[in-house]
Design a protein around this ligand. Structure first.
Ligand code: FE2
Ligand code: FE2
Length: 255
């Protein structure tokens, strides 16, 4: 069997498809270093290398045509619908908080607690998520989203939270939080908003039921009252985290 008749491997097929898509598009779509790092490679798409492959090409500087189109002035709900890879867990958490009669800050914190994971990156998702929403929500909400990352590793049985069995399954029984997480927990446990963050954890661990009926529409009013939607569109404003939303909207802009 020679080179030409050998069946292609999955990765060869993927490369070919990507190559084909790049040619189909008017502008060449490139990947960020972070994308390569996540694949275990320290690499980047340099313009010189790209021009060897695509002589004279110009690079994508706007929306990626392969992704769902975002409206001209996107709202948080548009990001839920078009950029968040999954929102069932967030809606389930928020639904638990709503049914338990918690206030709207707690409900919003539950609704947004893992947006770092579903939209952006897993590592330090509480910190990323908090930073994304900080300019648009009450400080208590972003504080709670940030600190849930640490609190979820520490039980508080009086508040109805034990160390989740799922974490033993996910991380192994020998996982111990790093010192920065322990320090975050120690700062948080005497904080005036401790319970807001703890309630994220309490409503979190029960929220992986695939059969629970949830609807984003149930939270549109709570978002409207508690998330300051910028007039220009979320990400097109000048807040300190607008660039993070823009990056989600245009993840393949060359620069
Ligand atoms: Fe989380
Ligand atoms: Fe969660």
């Amino acid at each position: 069997m020679n080179e030409h008749t050998k069946p292609q491997s999955i990765s060869q097929q993927a490369d070919e498809l990507e190559e084909h898509m790049m040619h189909e598009l008017e502008r060449v779509v490139t990947k960020s270093t972070l994308h390569y790092l996540a694949e275990g490679k320290v690499a980047m798409d340099s313009s010189a290398d790209l021009w060897k492959k695509h002589p004279g090409a110009v690079f994508n500087m706007g929306p990626d045509p392969r992704l769902p189109q975002m409206p001209e002035k996107p709202t948080l709900i548009d990001y839920f619908r078009h950029r968040f890879a999954s929102h069932a867990h967030l809606l389930q958490s928020a639904t638990h908080a709503l049914k338990a009669g918690h206030n709207e800050k707690v409900i919003l914190a539950c609704l947004l607690h893992d947006i770092g994971v579903v939209s952006f990156i897993r590592c330090d998702h509480g910190y990323w998520g908090a930073q994304m929403i900080e300019p648009y929500v009450d400080e208590e909400v972003s504080w709670a989203v940030r600190t849930h990352q640490a609190l979820r590793f520490f039980p508080d049985e009086a508040a109805g939270y034990k160390y989740p069995d799922m974490y033993i399954k996910l991380f192994g029984d020998d996982y111990r939080p790093e010192p920065y997480i322990v320090a975050e927990y120690e700062r948080a446990r005497n904080h005036k908003w401790y319970m807001t963050s703890r309630l994220i954890c309490v409503n979190d661990i029960y929220s992986f039921d695939p059969n629970m009926k949830v609807n984003l529409d149930d939270f549109v009013d709570i978002v409207g009252r508690n998330f300051r939607q910028p007039e220009e569109g979320l990400g097109l404003d000048d807040s300190p985290s607008a660039h993070m939303w823009r990056t989600m909207m245009w993840p393949n802009r060359f620069l």
